[in-house]
Design a protein around this ligand. Structure first.
Ligand code: IDP
Ligand code: MG
Length: 143
């Protein structure tokens, strides 16, 4: 696990995309994009768990709305493997604001707004490691 961390990243299918019935489609896009699934589960975060996950953003004006949204319903948390996984997954997600995301990206296709943008992805290998361990135990990681 430690040896292969450069090839792992963490992703979330956010509550808006789950509500819209897009879980299957997005997982298909993930595997079509050449990612291997190492971890996958449906969770419903409490407000406190969402606040812990996004603690780095706690001073931002959108923090309350973001944590309310992320705890508003189930989401799917994933651990993804691919060479250069962090960048590869962010490339597939697209820009934070769906209106600015490239054609063919998940946020362009499934995101409604800068806040409700369908998917999350780690922004560095270090944060991928932290975020994976926030949601997954060793026993839940396969392969
Ligand atoms: P990222 O998800 O593309 O890495 P971040 O800047 O890390 O973007 O922001 C985390 C999340 O916070 C975003 O995915 C989005 O849901 C929300 N967010 C970011 N900026 C805004 C904003 O200006 N208004 C509302 N929500 C925002
Ligand atoms: Mg981010």
């Amino acid at each position: 696990m430690v040896e292969q961390i450069g090839n792992l990243t963490f992703g979330i299918i956010k509550p808006d995309a789950v509500r819209a019935g897009k879980v299957g489609t997005i997982i298909q896009r993930i595997t079509d994009g050449g990612f291997k699934l190492h971890g996958l589960k449906l969770i419903h975060m409490t407000r406190q768990e969402a606040e812990g996950f996004y603690a780095v953003h706690r001073e931002r004006p959108f923090f309350a709305g973001l944590t309310e949204f992320m705890s508003s319903g189930p989401c799917v948390v994933t651990v993804l493997e691919k060479a250069g996984a962090v960048k590869a997954w962010r490339d597939l997600m697209g820009a934070t604001d769906p209106a600015k995301a490239d054609a063919g990206t998940l946020r362009k296709e499934f995101g409604a707004s800068v806040g409700e943008n369908a998917v999350h992805g780690s922004d560095s290998e270090e944060n991928a490691r932290i975020e994976i361990s926030y949601f997954f135990s060793q026993l839940e990681l396969v392969g």
